[in-house]
Ligand binder design. Sequence first.
Ligand code: FMN
Length: 208
Amino acid sequence: MNKEILKKLSYGMYLVSSKENNLLVGCIANSIIQINNDTIAISLNNENYTTKTILETKKFAINILPTNTSIDLIKTFGFAKSNDINKYANISYQLIDEIPIINNTCGYIICTFNNQIKTATHTIILGKIINMNEITQLEPMTYKYYQENLKGQTNKNAPTYQEKTNKSKKNVFICKICGYRYETNEDELPNDFKCPMCGVSKEYFEKL
Ligand SMILES: Cc1cc2nc3c(=O)[nH]c(=O)nc-3n(C[C@H](O)[C@H](O)[C@H](O)COP(=O)(O)O)c2cc1C
């Protein structure tokens, strides 16, 4: 089996928000799909505070993130926990149907809890759409855009997270004569390798 093929699946970038009494919660999610005209499915990690909140309050929103979303917002909502910090402290938002909707969003979809399928790590939550609207005409951010342009990392709680294998880790070789840096997936340099800067052979290279 080649796990790399999973990386060819396409996703968007979303902020899933909810509210538990006075506590505003939310997390970044990429695994969201429309099932039919009034049903949305999201895959949320069982350890996320947002998952717990949605299962208790039965209400949540999907904020569609635009390409100008700051990396700081993604770090706050994608790596911190809503019960540790106030994730909304430094961003502008409004409450719509009592759920936080950020101002810098393409639009929002508000759902009530409809059903769930539990796996060992994630819960697929089916939401029934009760309200939705456009907020800006900004371009929605895809997961690919996030990875390529914001050079973003994925949290281990994301369904798409893959642990780095040795195959995807790069080896770095440095030329001891001129400092040229060469990155490769291979463990060794080829026997006939020559430094493209100063021309010395592979013996002059040191592996980092
Ligand atoms: C790019 C990215 C994509 C993510 N996608 C998902 C996802 O689809 N489902 C999920 O449960 N968590 C996902 N996460 C991880 C959560 O956003 C993260 O665990 C968050 O800290 C949970 O916050 P909470 O505990 O306040 O709910 C993603 C994180 C990043 C950075």
